[in-house]
Structure formats: structure tokens, C-alpha cells
Design a protein around this ligand. Structure first.
Ligand code: ADP
Length: 176
């Protein structure tokens, strides 16, 4: 279910963040050390190869709410934007830190002339953020901040039930 907001298309689908070949920049749900891990970070580093880990090393550690950008190495994209989401119940205030991830990722995308970006559902795996609350922060922040030359924001969800939450919330957005 796409939502057109200003001139930026917001869409959601079920998929693997490491397999989005038509997208300029993919976002990593990183850990502070910017190392491979479970979930999104594991999938991205596995597909990108060891060059990504090497490029990340001097950029670490990052703080909750922060984002950094690297090349995409063996991924079929131009950039990876690594965000450290809040650990739910630990890094506070959670909603502000999560919103900061989306905002900072979009700021880096803008600075690098990115036209399309794909986000996973940051903080909703190992970091324990309740899914729908996190989706509301993601969609509200992206709707407010995304602007041309960015033309497409894709939310890549791992499970159909997660995609359905995004589809419902995107359907509730006022049309631009
Ligand atoms: P965090 O540590 O920020 O919670 P995770 O990687 O553990 O990040 O999970 C974030 C979300 O990404 C979860 O909703 C999880 O189901 C989903 N996810 C896991 N692997 C992938 C993948 N390869 N592509 C897209 N989403 C994924």
C-alpha cells in the first residue's frame, strides 16, 4: 500500500533488507560496534562481505540515535546507512532516540544525493521495541522529514503481520 507524501512515495513490503537491488541506500539496524550480529546486521554484513566490517571499524562506536554512512561493498546498493536504535527499556527516551535514527539516516541520504532508501523496523528485534509503537515513530518521522531529491522510502519487513501493521498506518496518512 503506497502513500504519496509530498513528492516522496512511502511503501512497505515483506522482504530481506539485504536483497533490495533497486534501492540506492539500505539502512542497517546496527550495534554500537558496527559489527556483524544477528538479524538485520547479520544479513547485511554477510551479503556485503568483510570489506564492510573493515570500513565500519574506524567509525565505531556509535551512540543510540546516531547514524553513519558507508559504501555497500558486495551489496547491490550504493550505500549502507548504519543506525543504532534504542534498546527498549534501557536507552531513554526511546521514542526520541528512535526518531533520531530515521531523521539522521534521511539527513545522510540527502547529503549523498540518495533517491531511494530502504529501512528495516529498527529496534524491533533483539532491542525489544514493541512493533506497532516503533512503526508509528518510523512513519511519523519519515513523513515529516522525507523530501526530494529522495523519491522513494521503502519499509522492508520480515513478517507478513509486520507488513500489515505498516500498511494500515501508511493507509491512515493524509495524502500529499
Ligand atoms: P534491533 O537490534 O535494532 O532490534 P534486529 O536486526 O534484531 O534489530 O531486528 C529488527 C527488525 O528487523 C525485526 O523486526 C526483525 O524481524 C527484522 N529483520 C530481521 N532480519 C531481517 C532482514 N534480513 N531483512 C529485514 N528485516 C529483518
Amino acid at each position: 500500500m503506497p502513500a504519496q507524501f509530498e513528492d516522496v512515495r512511502l511503501e512497505c513490503l515483506v522482504g530481506d533488507i539485504a536483497r533490495q537491488p533497486d534501492i540506492d541506500a539500505v539502512v542497517n539496524a546496527a550495534n554500537a560496534a558496527l559489527q556483524p550480529g544477528a538479524g538485520v546486521a547479520g544479513a547485511i554484513h554477510r551479503a556485503a562481505g568483510p570489506g564492510l566490517e573493515q570500513e565500519c571499524r574506524p567509525l565505531a562506536p556509535i551512540r543510540p540515535g546516531q547514524a553513519v554512512i558507508t559504501g555497500a561493498h558486495n551489496l547491490p546498493n550504493r550505500f549502507v546507512i548504519h543506525c543504532l536504535g534504542p534498546v527498549y527499556g534501557v536507552d531513554r527516551p526511546e521514542a526520541e532516540l528512535l526518531a533520531s535514527c530515521y531523521r539522521e539516516a534521511l539527513r545522510l541520504a540527502r547529503r549523498h544525493g540518495v533517491r531511494s532508501i530502504a529501512f528495516p523496523a529498527l529496534s524491533t528485534g533483539v532491542f525489544g521495541y514493541p512493533f506497532e509503537a516503533a512503526a508509528r515513530v518510523a512513519i511519523a518521522t519519515v513523513s515529516a522529514e522525507a523530501a526530494p531529491p529522495l523519491a522513494l522510502v521503502r519499509f522492508v519487513l520480515f513478517r507478513p503481520a509486520d507488513r500489515d501493521v505498516y500498511a494500515r498506518l501508511l493507509g491512515d496518512l493524509p495524502r500529499g
